[in-house]
Design a protein around this ligand. Structure first.
Ligand code: AMP
Length: 208
């Protein structure tokens, strides 16, 4: 199954993508993860992307479209993939559709996680991630409950940056919901609930 996961920052895209990947072995394509790895490794792309990411702004379309096109050509996407955090603009969505046409692949659905902005700010400001395995937890996790690794707070999970990321989402990414509704691919899921219930709702909506 080939999926796009949409939703505001903090809506639970990363958590739900991880659930789908562990149960169905889909390839997980997270542009945020790819960009963070580039920043960490101080590649030219990472150095360019860092200034946008630190401010909570979107990295230019041309940069992320190139990254995703390369990643979609990898063999592990043949068994299905989840795009998490991409597309984030209509330009990216159109480029994705063209790239998939070239590869002879179709999207099966765009899952949109719908959450209240106040819930997102509370969730993200308490989010902590594992430095070792990438587990997404909360400030209550002193060490990673999965592997015992050190937990850290992402630089862009500070409140002023979160507010800017939400504003960018409303401006650039929210219109994608209508784009995918128009393409008859949209599945809207209430994301404010317990993550296990959200996951069950996603599976039911996808017939999995
Ligand atoms: P995320 O982990 O998906 O919240 O992404 C973290 C940051 O990476 C975002 O705030 C953007 O600065 C950048 N980013 C990730 N995906 C994209 C994308 N599709 N388009 C533009 N910027 C992106």
């Amino acid at each position: 199954m080939n999926l796009v996961l949409l939703g505001a920052p903090g809506a639970g895209k990363g958590t739900q993508a991880a659930n789908l990947v562990s149960e169905f072995s889909f390839a997980h394509i997270s542009t945020g993860d790819i960009l963070r790895a580039a920043v960490k490794n101080e590649t030219p792309l990472g150095l360019e992307a860092k200034k946008y990411m630190d401010a909570g702004d979107l990295v230019p379309d041309s940069v992320v479209i190139g990254l995703v096109s390369e990643r979609l050509a990898d063999d592990d996407t043949k068994g299905g993939f989840i795009l998490d955090g991409f597309p984030r603009t209509i330009t990216q969505a159109v480029a994705l559709s063209e790239e998939l046409d070239k590869l002879g692949i179709a999207l099966d659905a765009a899952v949109a996680l719908v959450v209240n902005p106040d819930v997102v700010v509370a969730r993200l400001s308490s989010r902590r991630c594992c430095k070792v395995c990438g587990y997404i937890g909360s400030a209550a996790d002193e060490t990673c409950p999965k592997c015992g690794g050190e937990m850290f707070q992402r630089d862009d999970d500070k409140e002023d940056v979160i507010r800017n990321r939400l504003a960018k989402y409303e401006e650039s990414t929210a219109p994608l919901v209508e784009y995918y509704r128009g393409a008859d691919l949209l599945k809207e899921i209430q994301g404010d609930k317990d993550p296990k219930e959200v996951y069950a709702d996603i599976k039911a909506a996808l017939g999995l």
